[in-house]
Design a protein around this ligand. Sequence first.
Ligand SMILES: C[S@@+](CC[C@H](N)C(=O)[O-])C[C@H]1O[C@@H](n2cnc3c(N)ncnc32)[C@H](O)[C@@H]1O
Length: 354
Amino acid sequence: MNELGKILAAEIEKSGPISLYDYMKSALGHPEYGYYSRQEPFGEQGDFITAPEISQMFGELIGLWAVDVWFKLGSPKKFHLVELGPGNGTLMTDALRSARVVPDFLAAAQIELVENSRRLRSKQAEALSGFTPSWHDELPELEGAPVILIANEFFDALPIRQYCCQDGGWHERLVTITGNEFTFTLSPEPASLESAPVGAERDVYEICPDGEVITDRISKLLAANGGAALIIDYGATDTLLGDSFQAVKGHGPVDPLSNPGEADLTAHVKFVTLKNVAASRDIAVQGPTTQGRFLERLGIEARHHMLRQKADKAQSKKLDSQLRRLTSAAEMGTLFKAMALSHNMPVATEGFGS
Ligand SMILES: C[S@@+](CC[C@H](N)C(=O)[O-])C[C@H]1O[C@@H](n2cnc3c(N)ncnc32)[C@H](O)[C@@H]1O
């Protein structure tokens, strides 16, 4: 058993089974042994690859989306350009490069990065060496200027709670220890859940409490300052039921309960829940729409065509494959969704159709 496993096992032996939420929170975020504190998650050498790491086109188009929002906000002299979970800083770097076409946008942007991994913060600092971002452990209170916020594959990395339907009640799924291994068990008492759907025997219902809190904070920020937020992640448009908890290592699935902290743990984002949280604060919601359609509406095909003009044969082949990975239904195009939240904008944000 690894070091984090020993810490969690000692906790379970002392106080009984822990929630999946606590297990996932430690496995991803433990300051010493958590996944994002120690492992190299991204790229061919890492465990998974995210859209900005697949192609510069992704971040560039999001940069243009942000520039368009800024124009629609009336080109404010100062605004907060926020990114949640910037990873290697690739998305922000590509976005700022494409935004160079509008120097006033760059001059007005105060870059705010929300990142709790010290290791990734230094990568972001390196990637953004020409800029002066501020880092935060949590979404900060931002005053006095509109907000443009981007979150790509941030919400799927937040810990979830799972409930299984048994004898007509929802029982929380817990993690315990059997012999030398972590195993799942169910809380014997049914949970009292305010707005759980009606389930059939063995259905699984997932919630992401931190995702709801963060969406509420984003909504409050937008309500107070005006602006827009773009959330891109994977998950269904409106489904709440189903077990989507998974672990990935070396680009393949692994057992989420073995070697905590060594594999990436994720769950599908419940867009319908986030949408309801935002709507309850009178925030305008666009989408979710599929990532493929969103990028097509922002002009990914034209950008691909432009890059191809200057490319040799091998580079063109690579660009074709990048386009396919980002937009095709067989790859990220359909499973991933984009959703925008906005407030005080006279015109809706781009990418969602009329
Ligand atoms: C799956 S990665 C996505 C990285 C990047 N957005 C991309 O698309 O390549 C998740 C990012 O969110 C950060 N993160 C996860 N949970 C966090 C939390 N609770 N607070 C702040 N950052 C968090 C991770 O350290 C990492 O940078």
